[in-house]
Design a protein around this ligand. Structure first.
Ligand SMILES: [Zn+2]
Length: 276
């Protein structure tokens, strides 16, 4: 599943939903991001990390708490964990619901994992926008990124330069809005602020291909904003044709239609309409 390695950054991509996992190396630390999904895929990442770790400290970063992104946690229990404050603040009930999604997925496909399914214990909490954490030569700057979920995190790695976006700015998915469309827009708005602080031309989203330039990042941001605004306008006008047309030509229509439908229902609720 290893997709590419560029210097100190190695990208692994799951066969499921083009989900990305990352391994970032620095002199004293190895940072693993969202190791996922299938047992053999998690094992491949784990073995890769064991092979390169040497005496370095292992760090694990979670971009958000969706079950597909934390599913590999148990295979890296010796790592110290970095995540957002909202991720760390999940209640026991919320954590259990996420873990139950993992168990349901594994039961559906008869999957066994050689590790325990647990919710990550966060050691380092990214709390403030622009907050910096320094681990030797590895410097991470975090920004809260809500809208998809309420606990997303943008992380900019200083060296090697990399923008870890979580489930935003994908080239394969339109915005999947589980939290709030206004928050999602604000998060996309924040991208400019992040780039202005640190013009990082390589961005890895949770799903799909990396963005390789600032214009590419800008195009993805605009596409996301256009989708949300157009969907809101079409929903407000009750124009189902216009709603349907918004995802014409999407990559995996039989599945993606459901996410589009859920977005429509969320925006109907936000607008105080009849969506439920
Ligand atoms: Zn995801």
């Amino acid at each position: 599943m290893q997709k590419w390695k560029r210097g100190d950054i190695t990208l692994f991509q799951s066969e499921l939903y083009e989900t990305n996992s990352l391994v970032v190396e620095s002199a004293g630390h190895v940072l693993v991001v969202d190791p996922c999904w299938l047992p053999s895929e998690v094992e491949e990442i784990r073995q890769y990390v064991s092979g390169i770790l040497g005496g370095r400290q292992l760090l694990l970063l979670f971009t958000h708490s969706d079950f597909d992104h934390i599913i590999g946690y148990g295979a890296f229990q010796e790592a110290e964990v970095i995540a957002s404050k909202a991720f760390a603040d999940k209640t026991l009930e919320e954590r259990e619901a996420i873990l139950e999604e993992i168990r349901t997925f594994d039961d559906r496909y008869y999957l066994k994992r050689p590790y325990e399914i647990t919710y990550p214990d966060v050691d380092y909490i990214m709390e403030l926008d622009g907050q910096t954490m320094v681990f030797g030569e590895l410097q991470l700057t975090g920004y809260a990124a809500s809208g998809h979920t309420n606990d997303g995190l943008f992380t900019v790695v200083d060296s090697p330069r990399l923008f870890i976006a979580g489930d935003y700015l994908s080239d394969v998915e339109f915005p999947y809005i589980y939290d709030s469309s206004a928050a999602y827009e604000a998060t996309l708005g924040k991208v400019e602020q992040v780039i202005a602080q640190q013009p990082v031309p390589l961005l890895v989203p949770g799903h799909g291909a990396a963005a390789e330039s600032l214009p590419d990042i800008g195009r993805r941001r605009e596409a996301g904003l256009n989708y949300i605004r157009s969907l809101r306008t079409a929903v407000a006008a009750g124009d189902q044709d216009a709603v349907d047309k918004l995802i014409a030509g999407c990559a995996y229509p039989r599945n993606m239609r459901q996410f589009h439908r859920s977005n429509q229902e969320l925006i109907e609720r936000e607008l105080g309409g009849t969506g439920g």
